[in-house]
Design a protein around this ligand. Structure first.
Ligand code: ZN
Length: 319
């Protein structure tokens, strides 16, 4: 009897798998390395083989459907990936290829969007009708749910909060433009700003740490800020202010009940959230500022596989 949903989150280094119940409970999860050979040509074959080798799934008849999150720009209608730079896919018919192999319903979405769907189904979103999820990690990702539906946009580019321009005179972004939120609030951006501070204050704690380690991480910056280091406090004040601007602008468009902060930086203390909230209120329309709750996401790395399973659940409920 069909009773399991398989949720898959394909990333540039790992492919994460989950076997879930129809209610979205994770029954088991595992991961494999992402095979980047020949522009990711073997990934789907390896994904299907890994599923069939799982003890719960040796009979494909037990699977209700497969949901997949993929990086890059995705056409959710067809399951095509327009472009996933870190894997090497270009105009890759992910949905069609997997459907062909498994003869099961397959649904595909962008990875940031499945994380937002996962948080909204089983995490901190709590099935909000209007929700913004921003992920602060190596890069800044975003997913937006409006009127209960994930926003995809005309060509799969909706919710790219990381590429909201917050400083036209700012840093160059890897999208080819200047001053995107990603250049400030991503791990790369944070370290870059810390290195600039260090150049201005060569005898500070940050400079000492850098000399010791030969490198800096976002963790270092947050830790030193907590210890009262003024350089790191300035860097984080700038990040929270820029996040406040970007989120206030996004909120002016969809008027969310909640904004969730996910990714590595959601491990920072509650003070970081308090600072983001203050910056958001400072830059928001008063009516939006007073209603929007800002919280940390809850599901961590599981948000993707849960959101991928939600794609299947949602379609099954309709059919
Ligand atoms: Zn950009």
């Amino acid at each position: 009897m069909s009773k399991y949903i398989v949720g898959i989150d394909i990333g540039g280094t790992k492919v994460k798998f989950g076997v879930l119940s129809i209610e979205g409970e994770i029954l088991d999860k595992w991961e494999i390395d992402t095979d980047l050979n020949d522009n990711g040509a073997y990934i789907i074959e390896e994904v299907w083989s890994s599923i069939l080798h799982h003890r719960l799934l040796t009979d494909p008849g037990s699977i209700l459907g497969i949901g997949v999150g993929a990086p890059g720009f995705v056409d959710a209608q067809t399951g095509n990936v327009y472009e996933a730079v870190n894997i090497g896919w270009k105009d890759f018919e992910l949905g069609e290829i997997l459907r062909e192999k498994c003869k099961l319903p397959v649904y595909v979405e962008n990875d940031a969007n499945i994380a937002a769907l996962g948080e909204n189904w089983r995490g901190a979103g709590n099935q909000a009708n209007d929700l913004i999820v921003v992920t602060l990690g190596t890069g800044v990702g975003g997913g937006i749910i409006a009127n209960g539906e994930i926003l995809q946009g005309d060509n799969g580019t909706a919710g790219e909060i990381g590429h909201i321009v917050i400083d036209p005179q700012g840093y160059a972004c890897n999208c080819g433009r200047t001053g995107c939120l990603d250049t400030v609030a991503s791990a790369t951006g944070i370290v870059r700003q810390a290195l600039e501070e260090l150049a201005h204050h060569p005898t500070g704690k940050l400079a000492v740490l850098y000399a010791e380690q030969g490198s800096l991480s976002t963790k270092d910056v947050f830790k030193l800020a907590e210890e009262g280091d003024q350089s790191c406090i300035r860097v984080i004040a700038r990040i929270t202010d820029m996040l406040g601007i970007a989120l206030a602008n996004a909120a002016a468009i969809i008027n969310p009940s909640k904004i969730l902060i996910g990714g590595g930086l959601s491990q920072a203390g509650s003070w970081f959230l308090t600072d983001i909230r203050a910056a958001f209120i400072k830059h928001s329309l008063a009516r939006i500022g007073e209603i929007t709750q800002i919280e940390y996401a809850q599901l961590g790395n599981d948000a993707g596989i849960i959101g991928a399973a939600y794609l299947v659940r949602k379609h099954l409920a309709i059919e």
